[in-house]
Design a protein around this ligand. Structure first.
Ligand code: NAD
Length: 296
């Protein structure tokens, strides 16, 4: 396969971050005898196989670094009231530093209402209006894990952001919007493109940094990428080929874009592992704040 782009190895970087977190947790527990470990509660409703795999991945990563899991798995018929009561209890639970509701939820549930019930100081997914508002204001806050993971990946490879033209394809509250704000905070000139953007290719070609979070396999091909651009593929899509074999792909035509981009993320192994690493980091950050321990 012809490939000139340097791969941004999110898997490797996430492993490094997790090792650092594990060491940090161990040091804190040695220095502060009897202190409890950090705790994370992931709430899952129903049996969406993709969500179940993500939740298992998060719990395994927690165990590896020394974060206690308080996850709960509810049947798909669980009521709004029961989930609200669970979140209220976790807000009061001193062993828990982070609460995450695995999305999407079944249609009968009001996800936004649940997210807004989470104590903003335990909102490790950064989706509470208070944390999003702080992001808009450029104030410190718990930051959405996927966009924060993208920013960390750019920083780890010393990719300059200030003054660059950044195009984000996708405007979801989970990825596109917070990512655009984070890039803006780092002084990029930011364009947000979406499903109603005319001539997406022309907009994308202006990007020094092109970030794709649309959930559309193959949306971005080589004709949409400026030579030498940094291309970050957030998309995770399961596709099945004509022989019935299924695999995960991003939103970018990897083989077509690799020869012309300067940097490119693989899928899997790019942004996905960074999301988990940043979730763990947010949990430890919240833990340190709760115990008045230094962070950062
Ligand atoms: P979403 O469906 O909420 O939002 C998709 C966005 O893409 C929308 O704003 C829409 O306007 C835009 N879009 C859709 N089709 C388009 C098109 N043809 N042209 C231009 N814009 C288009 O999705 P999301 O939650 O933001 O997730 C996006 C993708 O990222 C999905 O594949 C998801 O699985 C993946 N994702 C990955 C991670 C990770 O850890 N790597 C985390 C979250 C989401």
């Amino acid at each position: 396969m012809a490939s000139s782009a340097q791969l941004l190895d999110g898997k490797q970087l996430a492993q490094t971050l997790q090792t650092q977190l594990a060491e940090r947790i161990q040091t804190l527990q040695t220095q502060h005898a009897g202190i409890r470990p950090p705790g994370l509660a992931v709430l899952m409703v129903g049996d969406n196989p993709a969500s179940a795999a993500y939740v298992r991945g998060k719990e395994r990563a927690c165990a590896k670094v020394g974060i206690a899991s308080f996850g709960q798995h509810f049947p798909g018929t669980t009521s709004q009231a029961e989930l609200e009561a669970t979140i209220e209890a976790l807000n009061q639970d001193d062993r828990v530093d982070g609460i995450l509701v695995q999305l999407p939820l079944p249609d009968h549930l009001d996800a936004v209402r649940l997210l807004h019930l989470i104590d903003p100081d335990k909102d490790v997914d950064g989706l509470h209006a208070l944390n999003l508002g702080r992001l808009v204001r450029g104030e410190p806050s718990l930051r959405s894990c996927t966009p924060a993971g993208v920013m960390r990946l750019l920083a780890a490879y010393d990719i300059p952001v200030a003054g660059k033209s950044a195009v984000v394809i996708g405007r979801s509250i989970l990825v596109g919007k917070p990512l655009a704000l984070m890039l803006l905070q780092e002084n990029a000139t930011v364009t947000i493109a979406h499903s109603r953007t005319p001539d997406l290719a022309a907009v994308a070609r202006r990007a020094d940094i092109l970030i794709v979070a649309a959930g559309r396999p193959g949306l971005v091909d080589a004709s949409m990428v400026k030579p030498g651009a940094v291309v970050i593929d957030v998309g995770i899509n399961r596709v099945t080929d004509t022989t019935g074999v299924s695999r995960l792909v991003g939103d970018v035509d990897f083989d077509g874009v690799a020869p012309i981009a300067q940097y490119l993320t693989p899928v899997p192994g790019g942004v996905g592992p960074m999301t988990i690493a940043l979730l763990l980091e947010n949990t430890v950050q919240s833990y340190c704040q709760r115990h008045a321990l230094p962070w950062g």
